[in-house]
Ligand binder design. Sequence first.
Ligand SMILES: C[S@@+](CC[C@H](N)C(=O)[O-])C[C@H]1O[C@@H](n2cnc3c(N)ncnc32)[C@H](O)[C@@H]1O
Length: 414
Amino acid sequence: MPVTETATARPGRRAELTFKHNANHGRHGWLRLTPAYSVKLVNDILSDRAGHLRVLDPFSGTGTTALSAAMRGHRASAVDVNPFLVWLARAKTAIYDPETLRAAARRARHVSDLASSGGPTSQPPPIYDVNRWWHSDNLDYLCRTKGAIDKLEPEPGPVRDLLLVAFCRALIALSNAAFNHQSMSFKTGRASAQTRMFERRARYGSFEDSAAVVLEGAAANPAARASVHLGDARNLGESLSEGFDLLITSPPYPNRMSYIRELRPYMFWLGYLKHGRDAGELDWRSIGGTWGIATSRLATWSRSPETFFPGYLETALAHIRDSDTKSGTVLANYVAKYFDDTWQHLTSMSKLARPDAEVHYIVGNSKFYETLVPTELVYRDMLLRCGAKRTEIRTIRKRNSKRELYEYDVVAWL
Ligand SMILES: C[S@@+](CC[C@H](N)C(=O)[O-])C[C@H]1O[C@@H](n2cnc3c(N)ncnc32)[C@H](O)[C@@H]1O
């Protein structure tokens, strides 16, 4: 039986991070946080735009939108609060010349040779209960692969970036974690001798296979560079000096989903997290974050008096608070903080909008106890309050088997 790590109710947990083995890697082997339908939607929005627009994604994740925009010759900017995702999005949207790609392919072969001939090893990542994530022989292989990358390509640069992206693919392929719909679980139990043999084969091919897929993707990269910034969507003026004509983004939803939680294996291996508590701190800075310390801080959080909340949101918050004496207040604060942050983002975003700018927010509603939180209506009403001339709510799809949970494209013209 798999061991379930979290069994907390996560109303309307979205599908993006249902990492299962390699399912989280797009066609070119880049890690992806959004499902295929969302990537298609972004491409549809971009496909009928002529000219060279300034396109912004203020919650860029792995940079899928910036990549699509740059591929079409637009001037793309992206912002994310997570430094690992900023690194990955930069690697994903960079321009690689043929010589760099050939050098990376040669290095990948050397890394593989060195790792399988017992070369230097790196320390295992300081993630809690590391053997739950990787069986010891897989962990040993990954330590030797990472050790070989650090020895053969120690300096930051495009070749090291490409090797590390390939390493990210390999480390998730070899992990015991399955990110299922409602929870994350670990495969347990002893594998049969035959399974272990197959696993071994897959393992010794895995870094080189990953590198081949990543390099194929990198060769197809855009001719125009996208700029990816480490920053906070609640204060975009700090990261961006230019305005935008078109904004397309998929912000976090108010559904208690933690991106950091899902990204921990990569972030610990690559040194973006050093202690468990770092994950909680970063989640507290992330909108909608709910991991570790982020949840306990909600108990005493209070919102800023300037924030605009429509009346129906106040009613929904009161219902959530009254639904449960034990966790009603924390959950109501969680939802209130999500929209307080959203308001800060929208006010800072509207200051950067160029005349007639168009914005698309791909968002989902949620349910806490019996109370529906109509995220799409709140976005629409906040956008109107920020000066939008016109808005439209387009229903994209029903989210899962739960009634009333949908995803929407909230469109506004500023
Ligand atoms: C749904 S994901 C975006 C997925 C993205 N469209 C992709 O294809 O990878 C939401 C992103 O918002 C980021 N985020 C959360 N809070 C933020 C903040 N305050 N400022 C900027 N980014 C933030 C998270 O780190 C996460 O990457």
